[in-house]
Design a protein around this ligand. Structure first.
Ligand code: HEM
Length: 105
């Protein structure tokens, strides 16, 4: 890679830049209540954001030349696995239990 300036920093030739996608996916300038578990958020406010690497706000599969070649299979398999689980089991939480959906390790 040629020398360039990124965000006011000079990067000499050969610099390896790594993007912090975790932070990008939690940018409060883009995402409302970014740390809250809300899988439907992309169906509501951010309907126009593309997850196929064209919009840099959402990069679950990366972007450009090294992006995930299994994107279509991945999307299909996630939907398929979820549909199988929902179809095959009755899901419930024990009475009185509240699931803690906060992020954590
Ligand atoms: C929901 C499922 C998946 C997600 C979220 C995902 C995500 C990713 C991400 C973020 C990268 C790195 C892209 C980058 O460096 O910019 C990647 C690379 C890659 N993925 Fe996936 N992936 C998924 C499923 C799959 C599947 C099903 C396959 C193959 C059958 C696959 C094969 C690959 C390969 C070979 C690379 C390396 C591409 C390269 O470095 O040129 N992925 N994936």
């Amino acid at each position: 890679m040629e020398a360039c300036n990124v965000g006011g920093f000079h990067d000499p030739t050969g610099t390896r830049l790594l993007l912090n996608v975790w932070a990008i996916h939690r940018d409060p300038a883009v995402w409302e209540r970014p740390t809250e578990f809300d899988p439907g958020r992309v169906l509501k406010s951010q309907t126009k954001i593309d997850l196929r690497g064209k919009d840099f706000e959402l990069l679950p599969f990366g972007s450009r030349r090294r992006m995930c070649p299994g994107l279509n299979l991945g999307l299909t398999l996630v939907s398929y696995a979820l549909a199988c689980l929902l179809h095959s089991f009755e899901w419930s939480v024990p009475r009185g239990t509240k699931i803690d959906m906060r992020e954590g390790l």
